[in-house]
Design a protein around this ligand. Structure first.
Ligand code: ADP
Ligand code: MG
Ligand code: ZN
Length: 487
């Protein structure tokens, strides 16, 4: 009898991520880089159209932005770097070459910390280099003819490429890495990081090798995923496919595969070209970059408090859980919103209440509307005044939810809505006592039962008071009054 043995594999993943920079102008010319709503080929000039004899000029904002990301990802910024020409032909590349960086990128040797299932891990950043985007091709049918339309508005838009070390071991880690990277890009305000708009694009390299092996397997690159979850899914599919191939005795070839969004499979595109095919050489029209120490220091000083530091401070200063702090620092806008609504009241109790309102009510309402935080009508200080009303006992937590609904929908002040709805919580004892007396008088059986030792009857009486006050009575006060009057 033979027993089939299955080899156990180890997964190796490295991600190459292209990130558009949100600068006003393009990388090497003065054209507007904001092409989102522009008519095709309206943001072009001789430079980004690759006309002969024109000269590129480096966009200093783009350099500042890539350095910001590099510093945030713990990279070294060498004093010298340079631009190179990457030569290849494709209709979206008007010059016949892309200005990129080859051997001397602006940022090297950094890392990004991820957390998966409570485990923290550093993923190495090999390099981040500066380059320019290509034009956009649209394959379509025009009057019954298959045609390809070209739009060069995107040609020359600043693009960074961030290359990770092959330190990622699972699709979940890849997802965490991309989520953190995108968070950082948005946090620094250097790009939108929107994958569905192509402002962040990820090529995922994945190989498998027998567990414990020191030699990496054949790397396969996957392209065309337009969301982080698609990257996660594509990797999962590809790992399984490679395992099946190897189990069947096949030899894998280095190749580029595409993610088919509809069929949810990776499909072969081409065998991978090596970097020698690009004939990189130094860009003769641009001087090497020399980055002075004081210039770097200035950029470092300009960095905002970064997500991890802010998360850890939230835990320290406000006694929040790691989970809460992670969510509240998911974006800079959320973290700002939270701290703005806290205002000067920084007690852990207040922080917890505020965090709860934001993470539960506010997020749920935004999600339901498909809206972003910056579109919310309710403002941080308005939430604070709602929390004040609850903490002072003016309204019940239950009424507060109702008031929140209205605040979220209209952006009106809590106090105004409370007044209009006649919601003040009855903690005024004299007013409540009248209601309590009335309920006692109307419920002789419950009263008798309670006096005979049946505790549950008290709940019935409390319920009667809550009903009579339409849920606005302060339950603690009601309970105390009932006990006093019935003892
Ligand atoms: P290429 O020149 O083909 O683009 P690179 O050496 O630049 O290859 O690596 C591209 C990406 O692939 C990097 O993120 C790197 O970490 C990753 N990578 C390299 N080797 C492997 C491998 N065997 N398996 C998975 N990923 C890998
Ligand atoms: Mg590469
Ligand atoms: Zn231009």
């Amino acid at each position: 009898m033979t027993v089939a043995t299955e080899t156990e594999y180890e997964v190796v993943i490295g991600l190459e991520t292209h990130i558009q920079l949100q600068t006003a102008s393009k990388m090497f010319c003065g054209c507007s880089a904001d092409y989102a709503n522009a008519a095709p080929n309206s943001h072009v000039c001789p430079v980004c159209l690759g006309m002969p004899g024109v000269l590129p000029v480096i966009n200093s904002k783009a350099i500042e932005y890539i350095i910001k990301l590099g510093l945030a990802l713990h990279c070294e910024i060498p004093e010298y770097s340079k631009f190179d020409r990457k030569n290849y032909f494709y209709p979206d590349l008007v010059k016949g070459y892309q200005i990129s960086q080859f051997d001397l990128p602006i940022c090297i040797n950094g890392w990004l910390e991820i957390e998966v299932e409570g485990r923290r891990k550093r993923i190495g950043i090999t390099r981040i280099h500066q380059e320019e985007d290509t034009g956009k091709l649209t394959h379509t049918n025009l009057n019954g003819e298959e045609v390809t339309l070209v739009d060069y508005n995107r040609s020359g838009v600043p693009l960074m490429e961030c290359v990770s070390e092959p330190d990622i071991s699972t699709p979940a880690e890849a997802r965490a890495y991309l989520t953190k990277l995108r968070q950082m890009v948005r946090w620094l305000g250097i790009g939108t990081g929107n994958m569905d708009e192509g402002a962040l694009r990820c090529d995922a390299n994945v190989s498998i090798m027998p567990k414990g092996s020191k030699v990496f397997g054949t790397k396969i690159e996957i392209k065309n995923m337009n969301s982080i979850s698609a990257v996660h899914e594509a990797l999962g599919f590809e790992i399984k496919r490679q395992e099946e191939e190897l189990q069947a005795g096949a030899v894998l070839k280095q190749q580029t595969r595409g993610w088919d969004e509809e069929k949810r499979v990776t499909v072969f595109q081409r065998l991978k070209e090596g970097s020698s095919d690009y004939r990189y050489f130094p860009e003769p029209d641009l001087p090497p970059l020399q980055l002075q120490a004081d210039y770097l220091a200035q950029i470092r000083t300009s960095l905002p408090e970064l997500p991890e530091a802010r998360r850890d401070r939230f835990i320290q200063e406000y006694d929040l859980s790691l989970y809460e702090a992670e969510l509240l620092t998911g974006s800079r806008a959320t973290a700002d919103w939270f701290e703005e609504s806290l205002g000067e009241e920084k007690t852990p109790q207040r922080a917890r209440a505020t965090a709860n309102w934001i993470l539960n009510e506010l997020f749920a309402h935004l999600k339901e509307k498909g809206a972003e935080l910056d579109e919310a009508k309710i403002q941080p200080r308005q939430l604070a005044s709602l929390i004040d009303l609850v903490q002072k006992g003016t309204i019940t937590p239950k009424s507060a939810k109702e008031v929140f609904e209205e605040m979220f929908a209209t952006g009106r002040e809590a106090a105004e809505i409370v007044k209009e709805k006649g919601l003040p919580q009855l903690s005024d004892e004299a007013a409540l006592a009248t209601v309590v007396d009335k309920v006692i008088a109307e419920s002789p059986k419950a009263v008798a039962d309670f006096r005979a030792g049946k505790e549950a009857s008290l709940n019935f009486l409390i319920g009667g008071v809550m009903k009579a006050t339409r849920g606005t009575a302060n339950k603690d006060v009601v309970t105390r009054l009932l006990r006093e009057k019935l003892s």
